[in-house]
Ligand binder design. Structure first.
Ligand code: GAL
Length: 674
C-alpha cells in the first residue's frame, strides 16, 4: 500500500495563497484535525514554479514539503503541464492546440496544449527535471502525478496543427507501409477516396473528412498514442533523479482516449470521480456508474488504484449541484475502497478565493473554515481510514467475472451508419454491469486485449468490432470451460471497420447464424418469453438461425421473424456461450444473468439475496495465498435495510458478531470479516 496507509486528503493549491502566509499554518493544523495524511501539490503551479523562462522558484514548495513532512503528511507531486503560463504561450504560439476548425487557441484555460510541439515538450521536460532533482528523493514525496486529466479539454482532446498532421502521416506509414495497404484497409475505393499521396491525408474535421470511419478510428488511436507518448516523456523526465512511481489522473469512461493503451505507461492507476448523487431519489443508477468506473480502473492492472479526486460536498460544474446528503460522503469514500481504491482524495482542500472554481466544494470553506458539516464528514473518513488501513492492507478484489469494455469498439460502433445511429455503448455496458452489481457479484471491466485466464464468465455486449485475435481468444476460453455472453450486432467488423465476409467469426462457438438486423420503431416492438415471463424485444432485433447444437431458450413472438431465436445457449468444448439476439429491458437482463450466475456458480460474498440498493464486494489477499477476506456491504438507500441469510460474520471494525442478518443504516457501509 502506497505510503503504508489508505491515503486521505487531496488537491492542495498553496501557490494560490502565498500572499496569505497565515493560511498555510492553519491548513497544516486543520489537515491534522481532519485526518489528512496526503496532499497533491503543484498541479497547476507552473507560473509560480517558473515565473519566467528558465528561472525556477522552488523554495516556497520546498518549505511546504518540509513542513508537511514534519507533520507526517505525504505528498503526491504534480508536474505542471496542465496549465501553461502566459510567458510560454506568448513567446511560443505553437504550444497551443489547433482546433478542428483550424483555429489555433489563444492563451488561457487549461489542458489545451499541443502534444506534439517540440517546444512544449522541451519546456515541460526542463521543469520536470528541476522538480525531480529537488524533490524526487524527499522522504514524504510518494508519487508523481503527471499533468492533470490529460486530453480533457472541454471536448476535443486532440490538436489538428500541421505538425500533428505530419506525425499522424508518419504513424500511418509505419502502420500500413504502403498507401495501397492503407487504401485497402480503409476501403477507400468507396466514393473515390483513394489516396495517391500521403500528404492528402488529413485528420477528420467537420469541414473535411467525417465519413471515413477507418480514418476516424486511426486518428483516435493516433491521438491516444500521442498523448500517451507525451505522458511517458514526462514520466522519463521526473524519473531522472527519482525512483518514485508515476500516475496520471484518468477521468471516467472518457471517450476521447483509450485508457487501456494509456495505462500501460503508468505504475499506478488513479482517477477522478464525480458521481451525480441525489440527481434522483433512487441512488442506484449513480452508484452503479461509479462502481463500474472503479471496476475498470482496478482491472487495468488487476491491482489497487487511487481515487485521486472526488468532491467533499457539492461541485460547481453541473447545472444544479446538490450537496451530499448526510451519510453519502462516507459511503462514496467507502465505495471506492470497497472496489479496490487505496485512497479517498478530494478536489480540493481549500476553496480558492477567486477564479473559475471558487464555489466548488472543498474541505475548507471561505467563511466557516472547519466549522462545517463537510469538515466533520471528512474528519469522520479520516478517523475510519486509520483502522481500515491495516484491515485491507495487501488486499484487492479478485472477481471471477468480466465485462468487455473496449474503447476501439466504442469508437467504431457509435460512428457506424448501421441499423441504428444512436448506439450508446457505455449505457449498454452499464446496464449489463448493473445486474452484476445488484447481485453483489464483482466484475472486472476489461478490453479485448486482456487475458481471459482466471475468469469463469465473460460478457461482451454490443461487441461490434473483433480486434485481431479476439475470436480465437474467446474460442479458446469457452473451449476450456469458460462461459461467454454476447449480443446482437457483435462480430461485425475487424480493426479497420471492414465487415467479416462469409460468416460470423464465432458462429461455431455461439451456435447461431445471423442473417438480418431489424431496428423496429415503438409500434413494431416485438416480444419474447423467458423463464415464464414476457419481455420486450426492441430497438435492435437480430434475426438469427440456430445451428444443430444450440439450445433455443426464447423466440420472437411477432412479426415476420416470429419463431426465430432471441436467447440461445450453445455448449462448446467444456464451456457455454449465450447469445442475446435482441435488446430488451433491465428486468430481462436481471432474470437472464441470474440464471447465468447460477449455471456458472457465481454468488456474492455473503451468499444471499440482497435487498434493492444494497451491494457487496470483497477484497482478499492479493497474493492469493493470504487469509484475508474483507467484505464490504453497502446500502445506497436513504433508509435502513436488513440483509437476511448472511451466516456468521464479524464486523471487522467493531469486533461485533453478526449472525443471520445484518442491519444497515441509511447510506451505511459495513465491513465484515470471518
Ligand atoms: C477535475 C479537475 C480538477 C477540478 C475538478 C472540479 O476534473 O481535475 O482540477 O477542476 O474537476 O470538479
Amino acid at each position: 500500500m502506497l505510503g503504508g496507509q489508505l491515503l486521505h486528503g487531496g488537491d492542495y493549491n498553496p501557490d494560490q495563497w502565498l500572499s496569505y502566509p497565515e493560511v498555510f499554518e492553519e491548513d497544516v493544523r486543520l489537515m491534522k484535525e481532519a485526518g489528512v495524511n496526503c496532499v497533491s501539490l503543484g498541479i497547476f503551479a507552473w507560473a509560480t514554479l517558473e515565473p519566467e523562462e528558465g528561472r525556477y522558484e522552488l523554495d516556497w514548495m520546498d518549505h511546504i514539503i518540509t513542513r508537511l513532512e514534519e507533520e507526517g503528511i505525504c505528498v503526491i507531486l504534480a508536474t505542471p503541464s496542465a496549465a501553461m503560463p502566459h510567458w510560454l504561450t506568448q513567446k511560443y504560439r505553437e504550444v497551443m492546440q489547433v482546433q478542428a476548425d483550424g483555429h489555433r487557441n489563444l492563451s488561457g484555460k487549461r489542458h489545451n496544449f499541443c502534444y506534439t510541439s517540440p517546444v512544449m515538450r522541451e519546456k515541460i521536460t526542463a521543469i520536470n527535471r528541476e522538480l525531480s532533482k529537488r524533490f524526487g528523493r524527499r522522504k514524504n514525496v510518494i508519487l508523481w502525478h503527471i499533468s492533470n486529466e490529460l486530453g480533457g479539454n472541454f471536448g476535443d482532446s486532440t490538436c489538428h496543427c500541421e505538425l500533428c498532421q505530419e506525425v499522424f502521416r508518419e504513424w500511418l506509414k509505419k502502420k500500413y507501409g504502403t498507401l495501397d495497404e492503407l487504401n485497402n484497409a480503409w476501403w477507400n475505393q468507396f466514393w473515390s477516396h483513394t489516396y495517391t499521396d500521403w500528404n492528402q491525408i488529413h485528420s477528420p474535421v467537420p469541414y473535411g473528412e467525417t465519413t471515413s470511419t477507418a480514418l476516424i478510428l486511426d486518428w483516435k488511436r493516433f491521438s491516444t498514442e500521442q498523448i500517451s507518448d507525451f505522458c511517458e516523456m514526462e514520466i522519463r523526465a521526473v524519473k531522472e533523479f527519482s525512483d518514485l512511481p508515476a500516475t496520471t489522473n484518468f477521468m471516467y469512461f472518457f471517450k476521447g482516449l483509450d485508457y487501456n493503451r494509456m495505462q500501460r505507461g503508468l505504475d499506478i492507476i488513479s482517477w477522478d470521480n464525480y458521481p451525480h448523487w441525489h440527481k434522483q431519489k433512487d441512488e442506484v443508477p449513480a452508484a452503479v456508474k461509479s462502481a463500474a468506473n472503479h471496476s475498470m480502473m482496478r482491472a487495468f492492472k488487476k491491482a489497487p488504484f487511487l481515487l485521486m479526486e472526488s468532491a467533499p460536498s457539492g461541485i460547481s460544474w453541473r447545472t444544479a449541484n446538490p450537496l451530499k446528503r448526510p451519510g453519502m460522503h462516507m459511503l462514496s469514500c467507502m465505495q471506492a475502497v470497497a472496489h479496490g481504491s487505496d485512497s479517498a482524495l478530494y478536489f480540493q482542500w481549500r476553496k480558492g478565493r477567486g477564479g473559475f472554481e471558487k464555489f466548488h466544494g472543498a474541505v475548507l470553506d471561505h467563511k466557516y473554515g472547519s466549522n462545517t458539516r463537510t469538515f466533520r464528514d471528512v474528519s469522520e473518513v479520516g478517523k475510519r481510514f486509520k483502522n481500515l488501513s491495516t484491515l485491507i492492507d495487501g488486499t484487492v478484489n479478485q472477481p471471477k467475472a468480466a465485462i468487455v469494455f473496449d474503447w476501439e469498439n466504442w469508437w467504431a460502433v457509435e460512428d457506424t451508419q448501421g441499423p441504428r445511429l444512436d448506439f450508446e455503448y457505455k449505457e449498454w455496458i452499464v446496464s449489463h454491469y448493473r445486474t452484476f452489481w445488484e447481485e453483489g457479484i464483482e466484475v472486472d471491466l476489461i478490453s479485448m486485449d486482456a487475458d481471459l485466464e482466471g475468469y469463469a464468465l465473460v460478457s461482451a455486449p454490443l461487441n461490434y468490432m473483433y480486434k485481431e485475435g479476439w475470436a480465437d481468444k474467446v474460442r479458446k476460453f469457452v473451449s476450456n470451460g469458460g462461459h461467454f455472453v454476447t449480443t446482437c450486432f457483435s462480430g461485425e467488423v475487424n480493426d479497420t471497420d471492414l465487415c467479416f465476409l462469409g460468416h460470423h467469426p464465432l458462429e461455431d462457438v455461439l451456435g447461431i447464424v445471423p442473417e438480418e438486423i431489424d431496428a423496429p420503431s415503438e409500434e413494431f416492438e416485438n416480444s419474447f418469453c423467458y423463464g415464464g415471463m414476457e419481455y420486450p424485444a426492441k430497438d435492435l432485433c437480430g434475426i438469427v438461425h440456430p445451428r444443430d447444437t444450440v439450445e433455443v431458450l426464447s423466440v420472437y413472438e411477432k412479426d415476420f421473424y416470429a419463431g426465430c431465436p432471441v436467447v440461445t445457449c450453445n455448449p462448446y468444448g467444456n464451456g457455454k456461450a449465450w447469445y442475446l439476439a435482441a435488446e430488451s429491458d433491465l428486468a430481462f437482463l436481471r432474470a437472464f444473468y441470474k440464471d447465468v450466475f447460477a449455471e456458472v456458480g457465481l454468488h456474492n460474498a455473503l451468499d444471499t439475496e440482497l435487498p434493492y440498493g444494497v451491494t457487496v464486494t470483497e477484497r482478499s489477499s492479493a497474493d492469493g495465498e493470504g487469509e484475508k477476506r474483507i467484505v464490504f456491504v453497502m446500502n445506497f438507500k436513504n433508509e435502513p435495510v436488513m440483509v437476511e441469510g448472511i451466516g456468521k460474520w464479524m464486523d471487522a471494525e467493531s469486533g461485533e458478531t453478526c449472525e443471520g442478518s445484518l442491519e444497515l443504516e441509511a447510506f451505511q457501509c459495513r465491513v465484515l470479516t470471518r
